[in-house]
Design a binder for this molecule. Structure first.
Ligand code: GLU
Length: 443
């Protein structure tokens, strides 16, 4: 069974880049009828906060990305310990005692000689006596995973294609700190193995980690999952700006952006499929395919999101939005007003135009006289059907006005605005009494 996971650290809110990764994992799981897991990478007890855990859950729920299970790394330390012991016994983990300063110095020397700053494995040459001396001094080691230099690292990335790394050109990664706390690398591989994750979908900033983790999977005797590393998300200005880094569900909600607008955009940018407004994720699930992802960064544009949002709002059914509409606004009102909205929240503004009072406009004398006539005709009109057509038809005949001179003052007097929903649909909502009163007042 296909299993994907989204693995955020609950040290902050999700931003649009994280959301995109979560979405792709979800789409793939749903396409394959598989499972989508939320894995909270909360080994860092200091920086991980319960409020962020809750915010992450709430954000996924708002986006409609339902999860099939939740795991927390903080509940799995026993497992990491066991894997650590297994790999240590197999000679794949070794202690190292260099201080951060010593490591930095080694790095600088190598770089100064024009060499790649690969860890020199000096810790592997320590004698038992040297180790005992360090320990007697009260120094505790950090721990490195020993890469197998004879096993070339290869995988066929679902987005990037065939990947190849020479392990001799990589540093043995530090997997555990002096204080016993875990770095990201080993726990993640242990989890992916234990949770039977079949596809790891994440940003291309993790490509090197994948190379290292593939050797960890091998060392643990499990076959690695498939990997898809997606190109990173950048802003319309061409980089992952600060602004994008803090743009998340909270901001989207404030801007009146619908979850499906976010989903529609993030599912398709960076792919060869067109961005289209979908009010339901089914077509996005259907068309999701790693083969459609490009290698160039995906560009996120807030204006594109806003435009997509408007198109999605225009597709939303009354039932789906009823609880967000002003009191008294029914299905008929929604259908009339919907095509004019950029956000659902704007419906309240238009509903206000229906219910009044509307803004008063100063008309010139001639127009005021025309509106007086309109008020009189409106009083005699059959309001049960095609009121707008009947009103404008009668006025046209009586006054000789046509086009803009006929329609605009009526719209202005009836709504207080120059633009808006189709008057033919809006007028019945305004209703006879209010319409006559508004025309009279303008006249
Ligand atoms: N917690 C890691 C991150 O947010 C997870 C990466 C992964 O998907 O393995 O970068």
């Amino acid at each position: 069974m296909t299993t994907t996971r989204f693995a955020p650290s609950p040290t902050g809110r999700l931003h649009v880049g994280n959301i995109r990764t979560a979405l792709h994992n979800w789409l793939w799981a749903r396409k394959r009828g598989g499972r989508f897991l939320l894995r909270l990478d909360d080994t860092d007890s200091e920086r991980s906060k319960e409020e962020y855990v809750e915010a992450i859950r709430a954000d996924l729920a708002w986006l409609g990305l339902d999860i099939d299970g939740e795991e927390r790394q903080s509940a799995r330390f026993d497992r990491y310990e066991a894997a650590f012991e297994q790999l240590r016994a197999a000679g794949r983990i070794y202690p190292a005692f260099e201080t951060a300063q010593e490591l930095e110095l080694k790095r600088k020397i190598l770089l100064g000689r024009g060499k790649p700053p690969i860890y020199d494995r000096a810790a592997l040459d320590l004698t038992k006596q040297q180790i005992a001396d360090f320990e007697a001094e009260g120094r505790t080691p950090h721990w490195r995973f020993k890469l197998d230099h004879d096993a070339p690292i290869e995988w066929d990335d679902l987005i990037r294609g065939p990947q190849h790394f020479d392990p001799a050109l990589l540093s043995d990664p530090v997997i555990r700190r002096e204080d016993g706390s875990w770095l990201y690398m080993l726990p993640s591989a242990v989890d992916d193995a234990d949770m039977a994750v079949t596809h790891v979908v994440r940003g291309e900033d993790h490509v090197t980690n994948t190379g290292l983790q593939i050797q960890m999977f091998d060392a643990m005797g499990v076959s690695p999952p498939a990997f898809a590393h997606e190109a990173l998300l950048v802003g319309s200005e061409g980089k992952l700006s600060k602004r994008l880094g803090s743009l998340g569900v909270e901001a989207f909600r404030e801007q009146g952006i619908e979850p499906m607008a976010v989903v529609s955009l993030l599912a398709r940018i960076g792919t060869s499929d067109p961005v289209e407004p979908f009010a339901d994720p089914a077509p996005l699930i259907e068309s999701f395919d790693f083969a459609r992802f490009g290698r160039a960064p995906a560009r996120f544009d807030s204006e594109e999101l806003a435009a997509l949002n408007a198109k999605i709002v225009h597709q939303l059914d009354f039932e789906g939005v009823a609880d967000r509409l002003p009191d008294g606004m029914g299905a008929e009102g929604w259908d009339v007003i919907r095509p004019n909205l950029a956000t659902v929240a704007e419906a309240a503004d238009w509903w206000h135009v229906v219910e009044g009072p509307v803004e008063t406009i100063d008309f010139d004398e001639e127009t005021a006289a025309f509106l007086d006539e309109a008020a009189a005709i409106a009083g005699d009109l059959d309001w049960s059907d095609a009121a707008w057509m009947n009103l404008t038809g009668a006025l046209k005949e009586q006054t000789g006005r046509k086009g803009k001179a006929l329609f605009l003052p009526l719209r202005q007097a009836l709504t207080g605005r120059d633009h808006g929903p189709e008057m033919a649909a809006l007028l019945p909502l305004i209703g006879k009494d209010r319409a006559i009163a508004r025309l009279q007042r303008a006249g």
